[in-house]
Design a binder for this molecule. Structure first.
Ligand code: ZN
Length: 212
């Protein structure tokens, strides 16, 4: 499978190279790609551009591998898939950027006056710093994940699934999910013993009230 992908990518590269030859473009393809004219605000366009000859901007080209990606009616879903499939690091960068941008939009309305750019560096740095283990926020999220495993009876291995990790990363990029061993040996036993204690307390209380 890996070999096949490599072959495909090599084919794509040779195809692009062939296209470049056809259009007699300079060797440095990056210079040829122009940004999208009517960007609706989607950050994904940072990783895609268009050939200058494509005036209608109908054929997005990846800035990483220069592969042309089909985009039907301006839809960006294929661009996401391409980045996710071929450029995992860039895709993670995109997710992080999107998460931090949306956090900025919801929590900090941008002032209309043009503040110096440096002032925004500190909060953006803070946003990328992971929560300390055992901090309140970290415990809240970890407890919620533990509760989800126990209540919905999902396998503990869920915490190592890519989709689940991505979900948490988008919800809160600062949260670092502990590994499966932590949930199996610490979080779940602790929640279980707390639940048992609570149950016994309620049982004794109701028995006491019954006997009164
Ligand atoms: Zn690419």
């Amino acid at each position: 499978m890996r070999v096949r992908v490599r072959v495909l990518r090599e084919t794509d590269h040779s195809k692009v190279a062939h296209d470049m030859e056809e259009h007699a473009a300079p060797v440095n393809t990056e210079n040829v790609l122009v940004s999208k004219k009517k960007n609706n605000g989607s950050l994904i366009w940072r990783w895609f551009g268009f050939k200058t000859s494509d005036e209608q901007q109908k054929q997005p080209i990846c800035r990483e591998c220069y592969k042309s990606v089909v985009s039907k009616c301006g839809s960006t879903s294929n661009l996401f898939h391409h980045l996710q499939l071929y450029h995992k690091v860039k895709y993670d960068e995109y997710l992080h950027l999107r998460a931090t941008t949306s956090a900025t939009k919801t929590t900090q309305p941008q002032p209309k006056t043009s503040a110096p750019k440096q002032s925004s560096l500190e909060p953006s740095f803070t946003r990328s710093v992971p929560y300390e283990k055992k901090s309140r926020k970290w415990c809240d999220i970890t407890n919620a994940v533990t509760y989800h495993i126990a209540k919905d009876m999902v396998p503990i291995a869920t915490v190592e699934k890519e989709g689940f990790k991505l979900l948490l990363k988008i919800i809160d990029p600062r949260y670092k999910l502990p590994n499966r061993k932590y949930f199996a040996s610490e979080a779940l036993p602790q929640m279980y013993s707390e639940a048992i204690s609570l149950f016994l307390l309620c049982y004794c209380l109701s028995l006491f009230l019954f006997l009164l």
